[in-house]
Design a protein around this ligand. Sequence first.
Ligand code: ABF
Length: 232
Amino acid sequence: MGWENKIATTLQWTKEISNREQKEAVAAKIAERVRDGDVIGVGSGSTSYLALLAISRKVKEQKLSVLAIPTSHEVSLTCSIMGLPTSTLLNARPDWYFDGADEVDPNKNLIKGRGGAMFAEKLVMKSAPESYILVDSSKFVSYLGEKFAAPVEVDPRAVHLVETELAKLGVKEAQMRMAVAKDGPVITEAGNLILDVRFNRIEDGYEKEIKSIPGVIESGLFMGYRPEILTT
Ligand code: ABF
């Protein structure tokens, strides 16, 4: 079985990717910028997956040597199946980083974290001197929160405290993210919970204010990072 089939078997969701053509077009753009010797931070989600696919094809065809720094176990597994060597931030520093996003506002602020990996995504993005956010046209919004809730990863012991503190910030709703089978909450790779938070309005300082609540690991608000946005 070829590795593309192996991935489709292991990660069923890769068979049903929305806006696939647009995402593949952006994926091709990021693959163009891969150079021999690059250390690349690899984001999560379907657009990142298609980008990784395009990158691994190029690496194979041109016999390039690259090192990937994945942002989740799933991405790490995908890299392994594709034959891309991986490392961690303890051993390598990314030359650049790519990832998808759920929302992009006119100032390049982002909501990320639909896959719950925003903690690692922010770590790798912040560690890289250049970041590329790959998005299809559905991701552009006029203000953050227009379509998606902002996810907040929380230590399970802190859930009630975090809910109380979020309420002071003008939260409309904070819902614990549940597993698809609805038989329990989503547990992140680090053993935490996710609150999906809807605000009346997301203000500039919210990313820092949310992060300062004890028990908050990270939020999916990426404000002021000014990544390069790649689209079709
Ligand atoms: C990850 O992938 C997340 O931060 C973001 O929520 C998601 C975007 O997924 P997709 O590319 O599948 O729309 O980067």
